[in-house]
Ligand binder design. Structure first.
Ligand code: GAP
Length: 453
């Protein structure tokens, strides 16, 4: 089913409201790079927090790690990235553009965008060449010897090489996991599609180490768990699906992978991957480093755990949440744009709005409420312009609750709480507002958005 939300609408809202800006814009921009403004940072932080909470805080079998971005270069040889982490590329000698050889069907000719590369008589495509996606740099001490180091293309390897450190002190035996959130870098040449695929991005990866005989069961468990996580934070069922990889799509390390796909404006595309990596990584690093990355039972028997890996991009997850939340409707004969984000993900949880900003009585009480709420949640005080305009600004950044202080507040110490999705308004006592908002934020939430026909 076609979705009415276009990427252009998302890009425009993100720029207008300060979620995402094109990177280096004053220098003409840099393809596939974006900067995150205030609300983008808050939204991304909330996604990371919810992920960490579901992995670490709500369970007792996963611990956290923060490993380096630059690792010993041998890590990437052992992992297979130096030899095999590449895309097949073709160059057009005529228009000087570079294309993924396996994505030519979806690409636009550099001279005639209505055509595909190779379709016009001027197109002059080279043979496909493998192009490694890792960014190379060098570390001072190693420069003379010319040994390259890489910016990590995934956070996962930092987890595998720390297996022994963590297993030794984590007071856990397999099955147990190590979770990590951090930046990764890939020299992606496929431009466009906003923050879906970028040169640098954040990943949330968890490596779950299990006894080999249990690997398949845990793989299926994590596919279900991760599907449920996206649903829990509001992604609509109609826009999320599980797609197991065919055998010929599997990565070199994987004996089974499923993508959780989201129906982005560009069509169904990978949101998160869940892979059964077997013992590939621990065995490869054991062989290359000489350090045994294995589990030793109390009776002295030993084995190399198998690994189940759910891997999700923060930025791609943010894009899915934005697309899923974006809605337009007509209210009182005016168009309203609203981000129906899960309240726990919303950058700002509540807006405190004195009806008449110039009224000292109203603004005094509003300020007091604002100061109280900001101790516990992300909240904004907004006294500029007409109340309708202020509501609409907060609708567009997805603020779930607007708290208005008006004439009646001065009489009976109640305020109006306006709910972003239903537009329902009710009066509650100012003294109970903090408790009321916290209670509502803790409630389960599902998207009221109606699928486009
Ligand atoms: N450790 C396994 C791994 O990195 P992946 O499928 O290449 O697997 C996992 O990446 C997730 O990271 C993807 O599902 C996607 O959400 C995100 N991701 C990968 N490349 C990305 C890019 N260039 N830009 C934004 N997100 C990316």
């Amino acid at each position: 089913m076609a979705d009415a939300v276009t990427m252009d609408k998302i890009v425009s809202l993100c720029k207008r409201r300060g979620f995402v800006f094109p990177s280096s814009e004053i220098y003409g921009g840099l393809g596939s790079s974006y900067d995150y403004g205030h609300y983008g940072v808050l939204l991304k932080d909330n996604i990371k927090q919810r992920w960490m909470s579901s992995m670490v805080q709500e369970r007792d079998d996963i611990v956290a790690l923060d490993s380096s971005i630059i690792l010993h270069p041998e890590v990437w040889k052992a992992s297979g990235h130096v030899g095999g982490f590449s895309d097949p590329l073709v160059d057009c000698k005529f228009c000087k553009k570079r294309y993924r050889a396996d994505h030519l069907e979806d690409a636009q000719c550099g001279q005639r965008p209505s055509k595909r590369p190779g379709e016009t008589s001027d197109c002059d495509l080279t043979e496909a060449r493998q192009f490694n996606l890792m960014f190379e740099t060098s570390v001072g001490a190693m420069e003379e010897t010319g040994v390259p180091v890489y910016l990590r293309p995934e956070t996962a390897q930092g987890i595998f090489i720390n297996f022994k450190n963590v297993a030794g002190i984590a007071r856990r035996k397999p099955p147990f996991g190590i979770a990590q959130v951090g930046k990764s870098f890939r020299n992606e040449i496929t431009p466009g599609n906003f923050i879906f695929r970028t040169l640098e991005f954040e990943q949330m990866e968890m490596e779950f180490f299990v006894p080999p005989a249990e690997a398949d069961e845990w793989y299926r468990y994590w596919v279900d768990e991760r599907y449920a996580w996206h649903r829990r934070y509001g992604i609509r069922e109609s826009h999320l699906r599980i797609r197991p990889h065919d055998d010929d799509e599997l990565s070199h390390y994987s004996s089974g992978t499923s993508d959780l796909e989201y129906l982005f404006p560009i069509g169904w595309s990978e949101l998160e991957g869940i892979a059964n990596r077997g013992d590939f990584d621990l065995s490869a690093h054991t062989a290359a480093s000489g350090t045994k990355l294995e589990w030793v039972e109390q009776d002295g028997s030993r084995y190399t755990p198998h690994v189940i890996e759910p891997a999700l991009g923060v930025n791609r997850s943010m894009l899915a949440f934005l697309v899923d939340a974006y809605d337009e409707e007509i209210v009182a004969e005016r168009e309203r744009t609203v981000l129906r984000l899960h309240p726990q993900l919303a950058p700002v949880k509540a807006a405190v709005l004195p009806l008449i900003g110039k009224s000292d009585d109203m603004s005094g009480r509003a300020r007091k409420l604002y100061e109280e709420l900001r101790q516990v949640i992300s909240v904004e005080y907004d006294d500029g312009g007409q109340i309708g305009r202020r509501y609409r600004r907060h609708d567009e950044i997805g603020t779930p609750y607007a708290l208005t202080i008006d004439d009646q507040t001065l009489e009976d110490d109640t305020i109006t709480i306006r709910e972003r999705d239903s537009l329902a308004q009710e009066r509650i006592s100012i003294a109970r507002t903090r408790e009321h908002v916290l209670d509502r934020l803790a409630e389960p939430w599902s998207s009221p958005k109606v699928d486009a026909a």
